[in-house]
Design a binder for this molecule. Structure first.
Ligand code: AMP
Ligand code: MG
Length: 422
């Protein structure tokens, strides 16, 4: 049977992919495992942060009224009543004419309302071995509240601190730790089954044999999945037979994958058996996406699992992953933003295109004027992986444009940010 392939723009194809996949459910994980993932619960602050009034400096806790007139030329001498280290609550009360040596982060003693930094006293030593002086000369005045950190100044107990959908970066992990969250509910990591297909493929460990190539897509796509913080499940290589493809997909279903990604076998070649299997068993459509590299793409559902069939050529597979699989996986992982940073670049080279939306492997450089310029990384053949190795961006030549002259401006999808230097 010859299927008429649907002809779609990149945008239309992406919209259909995104319409089919949904964010996964949440799970509770140890705090550090939540890094880079998306919050699946609102977090209300349990405590004030800081939890108690404390000193922001190593110095002397004083009553500000006592040192109002203090200066370097006319210091005011106070009696040292206590030594307060971080982690210790002092029970003393600083009375008129008194002071307490205090360390950064130590709780303020009652009676005192400000801290004089140690540098502005007659004992500018931070050495804990050093004996506590009986008296201290204060060389400056301070106002009430100076060098104090107030309870709740950062976070007030009871406030909604983080909402569902927030991406957890190191700073959120730190804040959650400060509030005592040893675990946190985040969206599950998508499990992505990665399948390579083709009779020509041998494993990476194999010596090359006549007519064979190593399965590079299986690695490149699993690496792409890993870069998104998702979990790649290796479904190995299917031979160009329907039974072999079915067996590998069954293994994926057993492994509970949330998404299938395969490469090759979705075109119109005589051995494109992935297409045959999906047409029989799945609800998968075959598209001719008006893009370069790329073009053949399969997308739909196989046994209730979303299925994305990428082209076989290594660059086409990676660029199609970038355009379709990456947004789908990020959406499944709960992210709201799936676009790479995009910048306008001045092309320093002419480009020819066949009128399809083209993703040109390029090096984007920041210019002295703050703008960006781009040159291609050489041959744009869909089997030339080295031009992807050299690239830090994909410059997009819009549909309908057949030639670009030096100096023209285009949009570049940054696959590395900031622009890497090679
Ligand atoms: P196909 O879509 O099966 O016609 O494959 C297109 C091209 O991609 C052919 O040159 C294949 O040898 C190549 N190819 C397919 N799968 C892989 C793979 N897993 N690794 C490297 N190259 C591949
Ligand atoms: Mg093939």
């Amino acid at each position: 049977m010859v299927t008429e392939l649907q002809d779609l723009t990149v945008n239309d194809a992406l919209r259909r992919v995104l319409d089919t996949v949904e964010p996964l459910t949440g799970e509770r994980v140890p705090l550090l495992e939540a890094l880079g993932r998306v919050l699946a619960e609102n977090v209300v602050a349990r405590d004030n942060m800081p939890p108690f009034a404390n000193s922001s400096m190593d110095g002397y806790a004083v009553r500000s009224a006592d040192v109002d007139a203090a200066s370097r030329s006319q210091p005011i001498t106070l009696r040292v009543m206590a030594d307060i280290a971080a982690g210790v609550v002092s029970t003393i009360e600083v009375t008129a004419g008194g002071a307490a040596r205090i360390m950064t982060g130590a709780p303020m003693p009652s009676g005192a309302d400000a801290v004089v930094p140690v540098e502005d006293t007659s004992e500018p030593w931070r050495d804990p071995e050093r004996k506590l002086p009986k008296q201290i000369a204060i060389y400056r005045s301070v106002k009430q509240g100076d060098y104090l950190r107030h309870p709740g100044e950062d976070i007030k107990a009871g406030t909604e601190l983080l909402r569902v959908g927030h991406v957890l970066r190191p700073q959120e992990i730190g804040v959650l730790a400060s509030l005592g969250h040893a675990t946190v509910a985040v969206v599950r990591r998508p499990r992505v089954g990665v399948l390579a297909t083709g009779d020509e493929l041998v494993t990476v460990e194999s010596a090359l044999q006549p007519g064979k190539i190593r399965n590079s897509n299986g690695y490149a796509q699993r690496a792409q999945v890993a870069m998104l913080g998702a979990e790649a499940v290796d479904l190995g290589v299917a031979r160009d037979t329907e039974e072999s493809v079915r067996a590998r997909l069954a293994a994926g279903l057993d492994a509970g994958v949330d998404l299938f990604i395969s490469s090759a076998g979705v075109s119109v070649g005589a051995y494109d058996v992935v297409k045959a299997v999906l047409e029989q068993d799945g609800d998968v459509g075959f598209w001719r996406v008006r893009m370069r590299p790329g073009k053949p793409l399969a997308f739909g559902v196989y046994e209730s699992v979303p299925y994305l069939g990428l082209p076989g050529n290594p660059v086409s597979a990676m660029v199609s992953f970038e355009c379709f699989a990456r947004p789908a996986i990020l959406k499944m992982a709960g992210h709201k933003v799936w676009r790479r940073p995009q910048v306008t670049v001045r092309m320093n080279e002419s480009i020819r295109s066949d009128g399809r939306e083209s993703y040109i492997r390029a090096i984007v450089t920041r210019e002295e004027d703050g703008g960006y310029s781009a040159i291609t990384t050489g041959s744009q053949g869909s089997h030339i992986m080295t031009s992807l190795v050299l690239a830090n961006a994909l410059v997009i030549v819009p549909e309908g444009v057949r030639s670009v002259s030096p100096g023209e401006r285009l949009s570049a999808l940054m696959i590395d940010w900031p622009p890497a230097v090679f």
